[in-house]
Design a protein around this ligand. Structure first.
Ligand SMILES: [Zn+2]
Ligand SMILES: [Zn+2]
Length: 368
């Protein structure tokens, strides 16, 4: 993973350019000076004060997830409003804001049906937003970020919360919690969460918040199992030493009410399906590639009244505001998940540590 500080020397700070981590192709990302955007109608420019790296960014860098070369990646922004475009009301320059990973327009069929993450889909109407930072538009691993549909997406951060307390709410906590929410976890339920990476750990915390009486965290990594307990798991299982579905059946006396899949592999999807009781729910968060197969016996040949639901990261300011409340209340503490800190100029090293899972890394904080 080559990193260069191309074109950075000898240029005095100015307001027409900014530093950004630009994706040039598989394995190639470099911090360089690029034009600083200006907000148009309905847009806002924020000065990024903290961001992070997501597993999706690693897939992009490995060339497993197609993104246009020349794009700035990253989709987890915390910042300060630098400039507001015409038509954005209720906000002021200088306010601290959190922006979700996906920026729904708040106006289209999907948004008005409450499916904000599917903005732009679901009807013949033209969507005006639904952009994904670092995927369809320039992202957050930069000094400044242009936020489309700003009115629907800028969530003001209370003074009582630090940047590090909110940065993970943009994506991984929102996605992880969505696994428990979409799975409709009820008070007293038993929930098993497959894979305890950052999203799976947030799903574990989400299951606890939703009222589960038994939360089982599954991961092959001892450090992640330990963090799983810290995030609310009552029992942790290592799939390399136990038959997880059999053990879940034993612990729950017949199957978990909800299994959350947070990895995106055939193996974990199948294990999740084999771990739920008749009438249970498989809540899937993973992003799958290739073929996903469902053996007939794993879902009782279609007779088991199983529910399978999927969730993409929910976005929008109302979602961000609610997630900040759960942190402010003390019921969810995301700070243990931030294990490493880097400057924007050190982002190549941050990618190396994060993508190779070195040094017990879970999430990295990047300060532009
Ligand atoms: Zn992400
Ligand atoms: Zn929309």
């Amino acid at each position: 993973m080559a990193i260069s500080l191309r074109a950075m020397e000898g240029i005095a700070a100015d307001t027409s350019t900014m530093r950004a981590a630009v994706f040039h192709g598989p394995g190639e990302i470099s911090v360089e000076r690029v034009p600083r955007p200006r907000p148009g109608a309905g847009e806002a420019l924020i000065r990024v004060t903290l961001t992070t790296i997501c597993g999706t960014d690693v897939h992009i860098l490995k060339g497993e997830y197609p993104v246009q070369p020349g794009l700035t990646i990253g989709h987890e922004p915390v910042g300060i409003i630098e400039e507001l475009g015409p038509g954005v009301v209720g906000y002021q320059v200088g306010e601290r804001v959190l922006v979700g990973a996906i920026t729904p327009c708040g106006q289209c069929h999907a948004c008005l049906s409450g499916k904000l993450s599917q903005c732009g889909h679901g009807s013949g109407y033209q969507a005006i937003g639904g952009w994904r930072f670092g995927n369809t538009i320039n992202g957050a691993q930069a000094e400044y970020l242009l936020v489309p549909s700003a009115q629907a997406n800028l969530a003001k951060i209370p003074d009582t919360l630090t940047d590090e307390q909110v940065v993970l709410l943009a994506d991984i906590a929102s996605t992880g919690f969505a696994g428990a929410e979409s799975g409709k976890v009820r008070i007293g339920d038993s929930v098993v969460v497959f894979a305890q990476g950052p999203i799976g750990l947030c799903a574990t915390a989400g299951a606890r918040l939703m009222g589960a009486a038994l939360v089982i965290g599954v991961d092959g990594d001892a450090t992640r199992r330990e963090m799983s307990r810290r995030m609310g798991a009552d029992v942790v299982l290592d799939p390399s030493t136990v038959d997880v579905p059999a053990e879940v059946m034993r612990l729950t006396k017949g199957g978990a009410d909800v299994a959350i899949e947070a990895l995106g592999l055939q193996e974990t999807f199948e294990s999740a399906l084999r771990s739920i009781r008749p009438g249970g729910t498989l809540s899937s968060l993973g992003v799958y590639s290739g073929k996903l197969q469902m053996p007939y016996d794993a879902f009782a040949a279609g007779l088991g009244d199983h529910t399978i639901v999927t969730s993409l990261c929910p976005g929008g300011k109302e979602r961000m505001e609610r997630l900040m409340k759960i942190v402010a209340s003390g019921r969810f503490d995301p700070l243990p998940l931030i294990t490493h800190r880097f400057s924007l100029d050190e982002i190549g090293e941050a990618y190396r540590v994060f993508s190779n899972r070195l040094d017990g890394v879970l999430k990295v904080a990047i300060r532009p």
